[in-house]
Design a protein around this ligand. Sequence first.
Ligand code: SAM
Length: 309
Amino acid sequence: MIGYVSHHIPILLEPITDFLVTGMEALPENLSQCIILDCTLGGGGHTSALLQRLQEKAPHRPVRVVGIDRDPEAIARNRVKFEKEISDGRLEVHHGSFSDALRFAGDRPIVGLLADLGISSDQIDSEIRGFSFRFPAPLDMRMNTTRGIPLSDWLEGVGETELADVLWKFGEERLSRKIARRLIDLRAKNALPKDTSALAEVIASVFPPPMRYKGIHPATRSFQALRIEINEEIRELETLISKVFPALVPGGRLALLSFHSLEDRLVKEAFRTRELYKIHTKKPLQAEDDELARNPRSRSAKLRLAERI
Ligand SMILES: C[S@@+](CC[C@H](N)C(=O)[O-])C[C@H]1O[C@@H](n2cnc3c(N)ncnc32)[C@H](O)[C@@H]1O
C-alpha cells in the first residue's frame, strides 16, 4: 500500500531552485517550449519549489518541468500530488531511468537539469521495500520494482569475491571479506537471512563486540553498498553524465546532489571538461547548521552546480 503523502524533506532547496530558475533569465527569449528535467522526482519537493519559483520569476517563459523517477510508487504519488500542474501543462511525470531522460525530452531544448541522487525518505522508511534494517523487510532494495532482481536473488547467485568487492567499493566496508565469507557459508547451509533485520544481524555478528556498539550500526555501510549494486547506481550516473549532460542547450544549468564520495568524484570529474562546462561551485555546497538540525539526512549531501557552455 502506497502512502500518498511523501515525507521526504528536499535538501538544499533554495540554492538549487535559485540556480536553475535564475539561469532561465539569461537564456534567449525566443527558445521555443523548453524544459527543466528533474531526473529524480522522489517526493516532488524540488519540483514543487521549481514550479512555484518559475511562476513567480518567469511567468512569460514557455518552460515545463519534466519529472522522472524509476520508482513506480514515487510516480503514483506524484501523479496525485501534482494533478493540477499536470493538467495545466506545467509538469510531466514519467516512469523511467536516467537512460530514458532524452526520450522523454524529445526535441525540446533542455535548459536545466537536477539530479538528487540516492534514496528518498519514502523508500528508506518503507517497511516493505527492503532498504532499511530498522524492521524486518523483504530483501528487495530495488528502486524500480518492475525490473532487475531483488537482493535475495542476487545473494543466491553472487560469488564470494564479487560480494566482498561490492561491500568494499560501494560501502568502504573494511570487514568486506569476512562479511562475504560469512554470508557464503550460510548460503552453503541453505541458511541465508530471510529479511533485512536478519541480514543486519549476520553482518553485525562479524564485527568484534566492541566495534558492534560504537557509532553507526555496523550494517549501515554494507546496506548502502548492496543498494548501490542492486540499482546499478554508478552505471546510471555514468549514463547521465555521458548522454544527458551534454544535451543541455548552451547556458543550460546543472544541479547535482550526491551522497557518496564515488558519485561526487564522478560529477566533479565531468564538470572539469572545460570546453563543456563552466563550474559555479569550486567546492561543493553543503547543508548549513539550521538545515542539519531540521533534516539530519542532509548531512552527507554535496551539491555541485555548473553551466553548459
Ligand atoms: C533523493 S530522492 C529525490 C527527492 C526529491 N528531490 C524530492 O525533493 O522529493 C531520489 C529519487 O531518485 C530516484 N532515482 C534514483 N536513481 C534514479 C535513476 N537512475 N533514474 C531515475 N530515478 C532515480 C529514486 O527512486 C528516488 O525516488
